[in-house]
Write a protein that binds this ligand. Structure first.
Ligand SMILES: [Zn+2]
Length: 137
């Protein structure tokens, strides 16, 4: 039987396609409104602050802090079941976007994570995109 694989997003969606295209080059991109300078993430067609449509793409350095997290101890999906316990976390990137991801590179997420901890993006490559995961610095 084949090794279970991570469920992946559709790389060709209208609003998020450019984001996933950039991940192939390990670029973590986000949008900022040209009118009110609000950070817009996840990618959308309109600014979530002023509803303007002049959004410009920017690239994050890929570093940030742990805003909050939860430790998953049980999963019914075969891919994730083999990884439990694992952390699902909100990460505040230094440029402003808050991204949901997994923390990797730790043995025990119940003991090795703390709010405010510094993290850096790490890429998991797939055929059509790369998944941004985060590792403690
Ligand atoms: Zn705006």
């Amino acid at each position: 039987m084949a090794e279970p694989t991570r469920p992946l997003p559709k790389a060709q969606e209208h609003d998020t396609g450019a984001f996933w295209e950039a991940t192939k080059n390990h670029e973590l991109r986000y949008q900022r409104c040209d009118d009110c300078e609000a950070i817009v993430f996840y990618p959308r067609r309109h600014c979530t602050s002023c509803l303007g449509s002049r959004l410009t793409w920017h690239t994050s350095k890929g570093e940030g802090t742990l805003y909050t997290y939860s430790v998953v101890r049980q999963s019914y999906h075969p891919f994730f079941r083999a990884r439990a316990p694992y952390a699902v976390a909100w990460i505040d990137l230094d440029e402003g976007p808050r991204i949901l991801s997994n923390i990797v590179g730790i043995e025990d997420p119940t003991k090795e994570l703390s709010i405010g901890q510094r993290l850096r993006v790490e890429w998991e490559d797939h055929e059509e995109l790369a998944v941004p995961l985060f590792r403690p610095i």
